[in-house]
Design a protein around this ligand. Structure first.
Ligand SMILES: Cc1cc2nc3c(=O)[nH]c(=O)nc-3n(C[C@H](O)[C@H](O)[C@H](O)COP(=O)(O)OP(=O)(O)OC[C@H]3O[C@@H](n4cnc5c(N)ncnc54)[C@H](O)[C@@H]3O)c2cc1C
Length: 383
């Protein structure tokens, strides 16, 4: 499998990181993930220090205890994590590409020193609050407000669908101010700040998803991220996280594909393996093509990112194309597994359900289509 041998283009260091993450996932995650998904739990406190020890938290960031790897190495790690479960990759993405990246890019020296080493080691957990109950795809119109009171800031509002929310030691919260949208570093335990988990999810069940309430949350003047004003602040972080997703999706798709190949070559009907039927082979061949193309896209965008030339449109292209490809692969794999395809004995339905969230978060499919549509035509169809 892997006809194109995309990984042959990885450097020795990138392959070493791939193999390290693969081994971690095989030993620590694979035996337990179906149970976590079924129970709707993610042992964040237990796993964070292990992920930190491997250098996976904020791994593409420089300094302050971060590993400072290439973008491609980070992408490969995301791919291997998401081959286990999108919830695991989401944890790492939110910690590294959203919470830590926001502080690294826009934070004061003091904020960086206070939070980044602890977040990189997994001693502390971070979350990123942008989406609101009534503002999802249009965060520029957010309702959460921060007003000055003397030298303090006072925040009021609500954030919704926040990964790691209730387990976080620190939240990066975006709010509207008189100067435009600003980011705030909010330590958990600040009076007026509460997090409540969202239950009854049928997707990303092995991931903590929470609602944040901000009720007269009083913060000192130095809680604001000094170097971000306006929507480009949070959007700069989202571009980082989307980059991880375009690799991660390849991992989720690959896991489904591998399960389908294994099943197709061992399950017999009408006196032969179902993989011997042309209809099954057609499905498998299209999966191979889809994943090969997605892998090439991820590597290309990654190399552009390492060169420092990647554009948000290229990241949108990759997120849109690769998540769509992975979801198509998962759905086809599900059909090959027949009735077994709907159980947690196999990874396929878990990945398939997870990918529905991945399709929606970090910009829905429609948002990325509109981004590309605007780049192609020069015409803005967002509103
Ligand atoms: C499991 C999970 C974890 C998440 N984690 C986080 C997190 O950590 N932090 C965070 O801030 N957010 C998080 N999110 C929120 C996520 O980013 C939002 O769900 C996403 O931005 C979409 O917002 P919405 O769900 O409110 O949908 P809406 O914006 O209400 O959209 C509903 C539908 O309308 C479509 N639509 C909207 N505008 C247009 C338009 N102009 N043209 C055409 N179609 C349009 C959308 O594409 C979508 O199909 C998470 C979501 C999930 C499911």
């Amino acid at each position: 499998m892997d006809v194109l041998r995309v990984d042959d283009r990885l450097t020795g260091e990138e392959r070493m990181i791939r193999d390290t993450v693969r081994a971690f996932v095989a030993e620590r995650i694979a035996p337990r993930i179906a149970g976590w998904f079924e129970e709707g739990v993610f042992p964040a406190r237990e796993l964070a220090p292990e992920l930190g020890k491997l250098g996976l938290l904020g791994m593409h960031l420089d300094g302050y205890g971060c590993a400072g790897t290439s973008a491609v190495a980070y992408g490969v790690a995301c791919r291997e994590l998401e081959a286990a479960d999108s919830g695991l990759r989401s944890f790492v993405s939110v910690q590294g590409s959203l919470a830590m990246a926001a502080i690294r890019k826009y934070g004061s020296e003091e904020q960086k020193r206070q939070w980044l080493p602890r977040l990189a080691s997994g001693e502390a957990i971070g979350c990123f609050g942008l989406t609101e109950p009534d503002r999802g795809s249009d965060p520029g119109d957010m309702l959460t407000r921060a007003r000055r009171d003397g030298s303090d800031w006072v925040l009021n509002g609500a954030k919704m669908w926040i990964t790691n929310g209730s387990v976080a030691d620190v939240a990066v919260v975006w709010a509207r101010t008189d100067e435009g949208i600003r980011g705030f570093v909010v330590p958990a335990g600040t009076p007026g700040f509460t997090a409540r988990d969202i239950h009854r999810k049928m997707s990303l069940r092995a991931s903590v998803t929470s609602e944040l309430s901000l009720d007269d949350v009083r913060l000192p003047a130095d809680a604001v991220l000094p170097d971000a004003t306006g929507l480009k602040g949070p959007l700069g972080c989202l571009s980082e996280a989307r980059y991880g997703i375009l690799w991660g999706a390849v991992g989720a798709g690959r896991a489904c594909y591998e399960a389908a190949v294994e099943y197709a070559t061992t399950r017999e009907q009408f006196g032969k393996p179902i993989g011997a039927f042309q209809l099954t082979q057609e499905k498998l061949a299209w999966m191979e093509v889809a994943l090969g193309q997605a892998g090439l896209t991820a590597l290309h965008v990654g190399r552009l990112k390492d060169e420092g030339t990647v554009t948000p449109q290229q990241v949108s292209f990759g997120k849109l194309a690769n998540v769509r490809a992975a979801l198509d692969v998962a759905r086809q794999a599900r059909t090959i597994l027949g009735a077994n395809g709907i159980t947690l004995e196999y990874p396929v339905i878990r990945h398939m359900n997870n990918l529905e969230s991945v399709l929606t978060y970090e910009g829905t499919q429609e948002v990325h289509l509109l981004t590309l549509g605007k780049a192609i035509t020069g015409l803005d169809a967002f509103r």
